[in-house]
Design a protein around this ligand. Structure first.
Ligand code: SAM
Length: 458
C-alpha cells in the first residue's frame, strides 16, 4: 500500500514532481510513499512528509483510495487530507513543487494512480468554474498551458515548472556524446522546452537553438534568457539549419543535437491537436503559421494516400481499413477524439473514447496519430534535408547526437549516417543507437522508444 497527502494551503493543493532518474520522473504526484510494516498508513505519511518535504504534518481524514496497475505491479493508494503542517515544504526529494488550485489539478500530467484522487479533490470546484460540466473552450480549461504568462511567471518565480514542461530524454547520454567543453558552439536543432540546451549552457557551451514552433520557441527563449549572449533562439525549420547559421554569420560548429519529434508541451496542449489524451481541434501543425491542419489534410488526401502514410509513417497494420473508415467520415473529423474514435472503430474496438490501460501501454490510435502528424509536418523531408547537411554543419572532430523515436526516423538516420561514413565523413563505425536506461523508461514513459545515435566528424 502507498500513502499520499493532499496538502492544502490557502485553498491550493501541493503537487510534487521528481526529476530524471527517479520513478515517475516528470509526472506530478501528491507527496507520500510506501506504507512500511508496523506503521499505519497515516503514520507512514507523517514520516514520508517529514523525510521528503521537511514538514511536520497533522494527518487529517482519509479522502480517497485508488488502485492502479503499473508495469512494476499493482498498488493501492490511500490519500489523506493534510491541512495543518509546520515548516516550509523543501525540495529534498523532488525537483519541483507547485501549489495548484484544486480545480486545476487535472490540468497537470499526474502519475496515473493519482488521477482518481485528483478527480475527487477537483470535482467540487470544477463545477463552479465553468458553466455546465465541461469547459466550453479548450483555452478555458488549459489557461496555463495556453500561455497564461502570469501563471507561468509565478511558477517560474517559485522555481516550479508550469504544467506541460518537457523532461529532456537521455540527458546524461546526450551530454557524454557531445562532450561540450566551455565555449564550445552547439546547434540544438530542436530547442523545444530547452532542457538539453539548458544543460549544455550550464556546462559553458554557446547554444543556437532552432524550432519551427514559434510558440514553444518564445517560451524557451524567455526561460533561457539568463544565459545572455551564450544563447540565441531562431524560428526555423531544421531543414534550413545551414541557412540559419549563415544568417547569423556562423561557420561549422563543435556539436549538433537533434531530438526529433514533438515535445511534451505540444502533446499536452489540447489546442495543438496532437494527442488523443485530451479533446482538441485536429490541428497537429508544429508551425501554426503555415500549411494544412490535420483536419484539412485528412479531408484533402485520397484513400490511397492516407493508407500509404499510415503504413509508411506509422507502420499501422490496419492501414487500409483505417484509411477507408477515415475517408467515409471525411469532413467530420475535426477533433482529436473524433479521429481517435474513428480509428478505434476501424480496428473493431467499438465507438467512443478509448482509454489506455496505463501510461505504458500504447493507445490503439497512437500509430495513426503519429503517421498523420508526420505527414502534416512533412517530417521525413525535413529530416532527410538535415541529414544531408549534417556533416557540413560540423568542424573536423565535431560531434552530432540524434534522438529518434520510431522506426521511420531510425532507418533514415541509420541509412544516411552509414552512407556518409562510407564517404569518409564520419570517424569509426556507425554504432548501433543507445537505448534509454530502464529506470528512465519506467519513470518517463515518453522515453521508451528513444534511440540515441552519435557520430564524430572526420
Ligand atoms: C522533442 S522536442 C525537443 C525537446 C528538447 N530537446 C528539450 O529538452 O526540451 C522537439 C522539438 O523540435 C521541434 N521540431 C520538430 N521538427 C522540427 C523541424 N523540422 N525544425 C525545427 N524544429 C522542429 C518541435 O517543435 C519541438 O519543439
Amino acid at each position: 500500500m502507498v500513502c499520499a497527502g493532499v496538502i492544502l494551503r490557502s485553498g491550493k493543493v501541493l503537487l510534487a514532481r521528481r526529476g530524471p532518474g527517479r520513478r515517475h520522473a516528470g509526472l506530478w504526484e501528491f507527496p507520500g510513499g510506501r506504507v512500511e510494516a508496523g506503521e499505519s498508513a497515516a503514520e507512514s505519511l507523517r514520516r514520508e512528509l517529514r523525510e521528503e518535504l521537511g514538514i511536520e504534518a497533522e494527518i487529517g481524514a482519509e479522502l480517497a483510495r485508488a488502485r492502479h496497475v503499473y508495469d512494476f505491479g499493482e498498488i493501492e493508494l490511500v490519500a489523506f487530507l493534510v491541512s495543518k503542517f509546520e515548516g516550509e515544504p523543501a525540495l529534498t526529494d523532488h525537483d519541483r513543487i507547485d501549489w495548484v488550485e484544486a480545480s486545476r489539478l487535472l490540468d497537470y500530467e499526474l502519475a496515473p494512480a493519482d488521477v482518481p484522487i485528483a478527480k475527487v479533490v477537483a470535482s467540487h470546484k470544477r463545477r463552479g468554474r465553468y458553466q455546465g460540466t465541461h469547459p466550453r473552450r479548450f483555452g478555458e480549461k488549459y489557461k496555463e498551458l495556453a500561455g497564461d504568462a502570469e501563471a507561468a511567471e509565478k511558477a517560474k518565480a517559485r522555481g516550479s515548472t508550469p504544467a506541460g514542461a518537457h523532461l529532456p530524454i537521455m540527458l546524461s547520454e546526450v551530454l557524454s556524446a557531445l562532450e561540450p567543453v566551455s565555449g564550445a558552439s552547439v546547434l540544438d536543432c530542436t530547442l523545444g522546452w530547452g532542457g538539453h540546451a539548458e544543460a549544455l549552457l550550464e556546462r559553458g557551451a554557446r547554444v543556437i537553438g532552432l524550432d519551427r514552433d514559434a510558440e514553444e520557441l518564445e517560451r524557451a527563449k524567455a526561460r533561457l534568457s539568463r544565459f545572455g549572449d551564450a544563447f540565441a533562439a531562431v524560428h526555423s525549420n531544421y531543414a534550413g539549419a545551414a541557412k540559419a547559421l549563415k544568417t547569423l554569420g556562423l561557420g561549422p560548429l563543435d556539436a549538433v543535437l537533434a531530438d526529433l519529434g514533438v515535445s511534451s508541451m505540444q502533446l499536452d496542449r489540447p489546442e495543438r491537436g496532437m494527442s488523443f489524451k485530451a479533446d482538441g481541434p485536429l490541428d497537429m501543425r508544429m508551425d501554426r503559421s503555415k500549411g494544412k491542419t490535420a483536419a484539412e489534410w485528412l479531408a484533402a488526401a485520397s484513400e490511397a494516400e492516407l493508407a500509404r502514410a499510415l503504413e509508411a509513417f506509422g507502420q499501422e497494420p490496419d492501414a487500409k481499413a483505417i484509411a477507408a473508415a477515415l475517408k467515409a467520415k471525411a469532413g467530420t473529423l475535426t477533433t482529436t477524439w473524433a479521429l481517435a474514435s474513428a480509428v478505434a472503430e476501424a480496428k473493431g474496438l467499438g465507438p467512443g473514447r478509448v482509454v489506455k490501460a496505463n501510461a505504458f501501454s500504447a493507445h490503439p490510435a497512437a500509430r495513426a496519430f503519429q503517421a498523420i502528424r508526420i505527414a502534416v509536418n512533412a517530417e521525413d523531408e525535413a529530416l532527410a534535408k538535415l541529414l544531408r547537411e549534417l556533416p557540413y554543419l560540423l568542424k573536423p572532430g565535431g560531434r552530432a547526437a540524434l534522438l529518434t523515436f520510431h522506426s521511420g526516423e531510425e532507418s533514415l538516420v541509420g541509412g544516411y549516417l552509414r552512407a556518409q561514413r562510407s564517404e569518409g565523413l564520419w570517424a569509426g563505425e556507425i554504432a548501433a543507437p543507445k537505448t534509454p536506461r530502464p529506470e528512465e523508461v519506467r519513470e518517463n514513459p515518453r522515453a521508451r522508444s528513444a534511440r540515441l545515435w552519435s557520430v564524430t566528424r572526420t
